[in-house]
Ligand binder design. Structure first.
Ligand code: GDP
Ligand code: MG
Length: 295
């Protein structure tokens, strides 16, 4: 008989409520990329947190929104739905200050899945205090039979200890699935490509980020440096122009931002070269999605 606990916990919610920020602050490591733009998180991402005899396997998910026509959007929503079905516990993230129709939609999916659910009211750092919070908690309590309702600030790491305690209590007894030091199940190259995508998301306006994918064409570890060639795919020539910028300045800035973070991730010096290529219609083409890792 073991005293160990181990289980899967899905972080779900509409886009932009702070799921990836929460994962990073729970783990104390920047694993999942974040930005104000939708589609920042496209894949389910595993983040492993081992605390003594307990192992929590978090799954950060793309935001759940109403299914849309484009293949990329369908892929993202299906990722989130898969996570809902196969976990021991669901954390529904909402913004404390406003419950929206999109939150209702996510809640309907949780209800359908039959999973147990804790509601985390995020971004309380933007509120004026307890008085503002109490009526919100009352309102949220009417909406669903939540296991708990916990106010947090993912960004300021407030309330995360209470959240963790409530999660741990609900995990099944069982052997750990990962080594104590593991934090994820994906290879380093995945995170390198994601860092590049994050810098693009943060340096571009609202429309183009949806049309961008990043692939690594070369990744060579030498004794004093890691050499990386990355290709940024866009759908149209105009998008390529915007990404490159005047005299190549935007692409250069993206490359510098990315290199800094990649060096921190790898603990090594990095030479990063970026190219932009046009692959028309890739976001709505199943074959292209598959080649770019969205499958
Ligand atoms: P996701 O789409 O749900 O994964 O959301 P992200 O984690 O990418 O966060 C979306 C935006 O909300 C980012 O700009 C975050 O910095 C911001 N954010 C996340 N958590 C908090 C929080 O607790 N307080 C505040 N003020 N902003 C937050
Ligand atoms: Mg995210």
């Amino acid at each position: 008989m073991t005293d160990n606990r181990c289980g899967f916990v899905a972080l779900v919610g509409r886009p932009n409520v702070g799921k990836s920020t929460l994962l990073n602050h729970l783990l104390g490591t920047k694993l999942s990329i974040t930005s104000r733009k939708p589609q920042t998180t496209r894949h389910n991402l595993v983040g492993i947190h081992t605390i003594g005899s307990t192992q929590i396997v978090y799954i950060d998910t793309p935001g759940i929104h109403r299914a849309q026509a484009r293949a990329m959007n369908r892929y993202m929503v299906s990722q989130a739905f898969t996570a809902l079905r196969d976990v021991d516990l669901v954390i529904l993230l909402v913004e404390a200050r406003r419950w929206t129709e999109a939150d209702d939609e996510v809640l309907r999916q949780i209800d359908k899945s039959g999973s147990r659910c804790i509601c985390a009211l995020n971004k309380i750092d933007r509120m004026h205090g307890r008085e503002e919070l109490l009526p919100i908690i009352d309102d949220v309590r009417q909406r669903f039979d939540f296991e708990e309702i916990i106010p947090i600030s993912a960004l300021k790491s407030e309330g995360l200890d209470s959240l963790t305690d409530e999660i741990v209590r609900r995990l099944p007894i069982g052997e750990h699935m990962f080594e104590p030091g593991d934090i994820t199940d994906r290879p380093t190259e995945f995170f390198v490509a994601e860092i590049i995508r994050e810098k693009i998301m943060r340096r571009l306006g609202d429309e183009i980020p949806h049309r961008i994918a990043v692939a690594l064409e070369r990744y060579v570890v030498k004794s004093h440096i890691v050499e990386i060639d990355g290709v940024i795919y866009v759908e149209r020539k105009s998008q390529k122009g915007i990404l490159i910028g005047k005299r190549g300045e935007r692409l250069k800035a993206i490359g510098q931002d990315a290199r800094r973070d990649i060096e921190e991730l790898l603990g090594e010096r990095v030479m990063l070269r970026l190219w932009v290529k046009i692959k028309s219609g890739w976001t709505n083409d199943d074959a292209s999605l598959k080649v770019l890792g969205y499958q």
